[in-house]
Design a protein around this ligand. Structure first.
Ligand code: URA
Length: 209
């Protein structure tokens, strides 16, 4: 079973409080999502494998460490996942970006896939799927289905706020996937919003509605 980790570093908790506030405007929301994602990426990358390399410092030859493992792909679930790409890119600038477009039927709350564009070697990469809200888990499950259908095997899911319902559903359907969240909230309401959550992450990131 993959792990479920709440990344409750004080800086992450503080910044999450800023964006939960309904009075936080689009500019600050976007900037702080970026900061939280960067802080999370630091720890999500903790188990990336290293290998020895020989280099020469100005003083001496030495054997030191460099990243050895699979190359990374960041895969945002459209649209809100886009807000989490740059934060990871700041730490892993060579990562390639795939996109998976999912929309949620507002009546049934069922997710639908409408766009998948991935790096050609997606099956060779360590994949970070990003979406700020893990609500019912439907979009995350479908996005990971889409990735596995194309050969992906090494997948981590990174969100800001998770609902217990979404964590349970995702772990049941994709037990091999590690899940990272900045907070585990209380529950989903009848409209499918996480409570207390932060509202519609896409609208708040992009200033729509
Ligand atoms: N998607 C969001 O943007 N917010 C929620 O609370 C749930 C799903």
């Amino acid at each position: 079973m993959g792990k479920f980790q709440v990344m409750d570093h004080p800086l992450i908790q503080h910044k999450l409080t800023i964006i939960r506030d309904k009075n936080c405007g689009t500019k600050v929301f976007r900037e702080v999502v970026d900061e939280i994602t960067m802080l999370m990426a630091y720890d999500v990358a903790r188990d990336m494998p290293l290998k020895d390399v020989e280099i020469e410092t100005p003083i001496a030859k030495t054997t030191v460490k460099t990243l050895a493992g699979k190359k990374v792909a960041i895969v945002p679930i459209l649209r809100a996942g886009i807000g989490m790409v740059d934060g990871i890119m700041k730490l892993i600038p060579a990562a390639k970006i795939g996109h998976i477009g999912m929309y949620r039927d507002e009546k049934t709350l069922e997710p639908h896939e409408y766009f998948v564009k991935l790096p050609a070697d997606i099956d060779q990469r360590q994949i970070f799927v990003v979406d700020p809200m893990l609500a019912t888990g439907g979009s995350a499950i479908m996005a990971i289905d889409a990735l596995k259908k194309r050969g992906a095997t090494n997948i981590k899911f990174v969100c800001l706020v998770a609902a217990p319902e979404g964590v349970k559903a995702l772990r049941e359907k994709h037990p091999d996937v590690d899940i990272y969240a900045a907070a585990l909230d209380d529950h989903l309401n009848e409209q499918g919003y996480i409570v207390p959550g932060l509202g519609d992450a896409g609208d708040r990131l992009f200033g729509t509605k």
